[in-house]
Design a protein around this ligand. Structure first.
Ligand code: AMP
Ligand code: ZN
Length: 501
């Protein structure tokens, strides 16, 4: 029996509202799509929580032996300021404010995003498609929806006809929203509005003369709506029906509801078998968000340079802090919780170093009870992770394993009492669950990967300071890094490299 059969995964499917046994579409394979960032700003710690959740999910599937195709997109066009298709395009607006090309904004914040992911040991997805790279596909599906009578054009924009769709399908199947209530709520449409009904949403928007990001289409120059990109990119790389779709809880409505409607309408098939939604990182009970002004950036977290932070915390401490709660619960930020997480992480990391150095002598006079206890701990790691990716309970088991490791090292427990095969499986499990599943690495000051990531974050900040003409800050970053032996070098093409003395 292989691991995935021995420890079958059960996950909370937001579509059914139930915990269900995971049955892959194709045995041994998992197709997973997760909504990626809108790259118009630095990612904050809340965003990081969501990406960390799905990193852990994909890591665990792989650990059980599945072959995973993990697609996480980059939203680089179409995400308007308001989810009701109103306001400016977030990237276009930032480009206007910073007097840059939209693609300069996209590059800057995509790089920042990648750096932050690297620092937190969040592995890259298998495919990272971008919305602007799939304009043709978005136009094609929009045409198809018009042909099927599920979308209509008004004044160069195209909208999805929710009422029409709802005649043969169920709009609200995921979020539980009621279409009649949705048609009543919110701002009333007026003669200026292009939509037939308030619930309708944009598939394609006509570009005003001032709009920078624009593409030719059968309806004139414009740009795609936000929801359609995910439908196009998920089905292109994973098929018209695929296993798992994930994202933050705040995307359930309207984004994911609209994705279901578009894909079901266009392809006549339910697109996703299991929907997973991760809950929010909160600050004093309120969602961490850029617009509420209660967010902080990873770089602020490491330095402690933020009014809400008593001091700095390392990436692994933060990763541990996030893993201590179940992904479906909200997690409230606090200095106390981070302080406790730091101690917890250090304890587990210390045992990681210890177990790597312990070798079994080879022969044994086994203690049956002890061997069974160690085997139970190993099985419990799998059982907890297979139970809806319960990282909190898995960490609790790892703490027990950590105490056993300390006993082995100190001689409190003689290795002779442990069967060699049991010891090897215990050692493999502790290292595997720490490093491969939970992504908790040993963290030392000479950790090259961490150092590299941190310096890159500072380089990005320096680039931003220069663009903003804040030369005092950009010089300070350069000088302070130099003082600790990191020399920045400005290349001709604007790229900055570094050397460590
Ligand atoms: P965005 O770049 O705004 O599209 O967000 C990227 C991802 O971060 C989405 O999946 C959001 O659901 C998620 N997200 C935003 N704020 C938070 C938060 N406070 N806690 C957890 N996830 C969040
Ligand atoms: Zn999406």
């Amino acid at each position: 029996m292989n691991l995935s059969e021995q420890y079958p995964i059960h996950l909370s499917n937001s579509l059914s509202g139930k915990k269900e046994k995971f049955e892959p579409l194709v045995p041994g394979f998992v197709g997973m799509y997760v909504c990626g960032p809108t790259v118009y700003n630095y990612v904050h710690l809340g965003n990081t929580r969501t990406f960390l959740t799905f990193d852990t999910v994909s890591r665990y599937f792989r650990f059980l032996g599945y072959k995973v195709r993990y697609v996480r997109n980059i939203t680089d066009v179409g995400h308007l300021e308001s989810d009701a298709d109103e306001g400016e395009d977030k990237i276009g607006k930032k480009a206007r404010l910073e007097e840059l090309e939209p693609m300069e904004i996209v590059k800057r914040y995509t790089e920042d995003f990648h750096n932050v992911m690297r620092i937190f040991n969040i592995l890259p997805p298998s495919i990272e498609p971008s919305a602007t790279g799939h304009i043709v596909e978005q136009i094609n599906i929009t045409k198809k929806l018009i042909d099927l009578g599920l979308a209509y054009e008004t004044n160069g924009s195209v909208y999805f006809d929710v009422k029409k769709y709802n005649q043969s399908h169920h709009y609200g199947i995921l979020s539980g929203r009621n279409i009649d209530e949705l048609m009543e709520s919110g701002r009333d449409l007026d003669s200026q509005d292009e939509k037939r009904e308030k619930v309708d949403f944009a598939l394609w928007k006509k570009a005003s003369p001032a709009h920078i990001m624009r593409w030719p289409s059968p309806w004139g120059e414009g740009f795609p709506g936000w929801h359609i990109e995910c439908t196009v990119m998920s089905t292109k790389y994973l098929g018209e029906t695929f296993d798992i779709h994930g994202g933050g809880m705040d995307l359930k409505f309207p984004h994911h509801e609209c994705e279901i409607a578009q894909a079901t309408g266009a392809n006549g098939k339910t697109p996703v078998r299991y929907w997973l939604h991760s809950n929010m990182l909160t600050v004093n009970g309120q969602k961490m968000s850029k617009s509420l002004g209660n967010s902080f950036l990873p770089s602020e977290l490491f330095t402690g340079n933020h009014p809400m932070l008593e001091r700095g915390y390392t990436p692994m401490t933060v990763r541990f802090f996030m893993l201590q709660s179940h992904y479906s619960s909200t997690l409230d930020f606090s200095n106390e919780a981070l302080g406790a997480a730091e101690k917890g992480y250090k304890k587990l990391a210390n045992s990681l170093k210890l177990i790597k150095s312990i070798e079994h002598p080879g022969n044994a006079t086994p203690d049956k009870e002890l061997n069974e206890a160690l085997q139970t701990l190993v099985a419990d790691c799998y059982k907890n992770m297979s139970d809806d990716f319960n990282t909190a309970k898995t960490l609790a088991v790892l703490f027990e394993m950590s105490s056993r490791i300390n006993d082995m090292k100190s001689g409190n427990v003689s290795l002779n009492k442990i069967e060699p095969a049991v010891f090897e499986s215990f050692k493999k499990a502790y290292i595997g669950f720490m490093e491969d599943v939970l992504g908790l690495q040993e963290e030392t000051s000479s950790d090259d990967k961490l150092l590299d990531g941190t310096i890159r974050v500072l380089i990005e900040l320096r680039k931003k300071a220069r663009t903003d003409k804040n030369f005092a800050l950009s010089d300070k970053i350069r000088d302070d890094l130099k003082a600790i032996g990191v020399q920045l070098k400005d290349g001709k093409d604007g790229e900055i490299t570094y050397t460590i003395e």
